[in-house]
Design a protein around this ligand. Sequence first.
Ligand SMILES: [Fe+2]
Length: 512
Amino acid sequence: MDRRLFVSDLARYAALCAVVPNVWRVTSRPRFADDPFALGVASGDPTPTGGVLWTRLAPRPFEPDGGMEGTRVTVDWEVADDDGFTKVVQKGRATAAPELSFSVHIDVTGLLPDRWYFYRFRSGDAVSQVGRLRTTPTDGAVTPLAFAFASCQNWEQGLFTAYEHMANEELDLVAHLGDYIYEYAGNPRGVRMHHGLEIRTLDDYRRRYAQYKSDPLLQAAHRRCPWVVTWDDHEVDNNYAGLAGENNMESTEQMRARRAAAYQAWWEHQPVRVPRVQSWADLSITRTINWGALARFWVLDTRQYRDDQACGDGTKPFCDEARDPRRGLLGAAQESWLLDGLGRSRSRWQVLAQQVMMGPYDAAEGDEVRTSMDQWSGYPAARDRLLGEIAKRAPNRTVAITGDIHSNWVNELRSDFSRPDRPVVAAEFVGTSIASGGNGGPVPPARLADMKRENPHLKWFENRRGYVTCTVNRDTWRADYRSVPFVDKPGAPIATASSWRLEHGRAGITAL
Ligand SMILES: [Fe+2]
């Protein structure tokens, strides 16, 4: 090569380097004009020796890249015995990068079982708020557990007041059963408004999570204790089933792209430990969390692997399609994983942390039957398979905790709902929504009586916002339905609307 040409090429290259930042450089001393930890911190998926710590750097959450302007930064983390961080027991350094929206997931190990810890993050001069992590008891220990479960927090339909109260409860764990975000376009008639149109792309989902995560009451509940999170439909698209979208307008390719965006954004924003996958569209979040030998949480996904809703979805009489025994809600792999696992698990209580109601609900009076094709009722053969196996492998020590339906239900689950003489083998507590559905209100006693007459397994129903706390011991399980009277303005008080008790190995749910 001509030397003169080579020198001129070098000069051009040097000039280029001066204007294009090196995208792989990691900055250990970033300067932030705004708090990069504005979306809070969280811990989750605890083990006897650790758990996952989460944050996402976003100094200006609604700008592209959350205001990080493409800069990779180091994030230091610390875990301590005390909230003053005088006794740091673990620490390390991670990199926050644009590919994963500057989220940080630290899977901490080496901690002691059955203990509270405190954690925080630091980047440059910025220090996050302090969160709490509790490790689980050792494998053989039957240690009591206090946990809450929640779901369905439509930003536009109500304030997250319930979380303000949850953050004041003495809880070891929170289970979130999905509808953490809603995908809909902004509606000016809500209590508050979504930014932007219906979300479809990765950046759309990221911005929507940023909006929800900016809520200080949600952040307070995350700081309080570790969470175990699964998803429902609205993390992607209302009532989607596998690769079938809500409105059937989307092709399979579009749904795969949408699922990939939605699942990636979900992972980026939750303190979870799930296996790596080749494609975000196939992210599997099915997993177990053990609380010593007391309880095993089976974290289920009833959206990604289900067959499409039968009979055109909606609340309908059964058509032949609904009764097809080949149809499933969990998919074959997840179903056999669960059924085999229930047989092998030595935990005192088996907890199915899942989305849609398992107990049937007949909405029609008299002989006519109309039921939701989106719930387990729309997949009756799959429900009978599951409850039949529970009857054999873990009767009356299996509890389904359920979200989705924005109301409170207590259901006794029978091994076969087509035959009323079959025994009660499990309990279902359907928690209500945090915000979805707005204020709600009391159910007239006559209506509840009508509902119970059509649905004798139904013990209680109400239409209030809130969450459920559970106190689990070796031989008993207590569930308290906590509810707030309104969500359209701040400051609602919390009260226990109703309390229920299970006895290990004994059929039925008792009112307290
Ligand atoms: Fe919902």
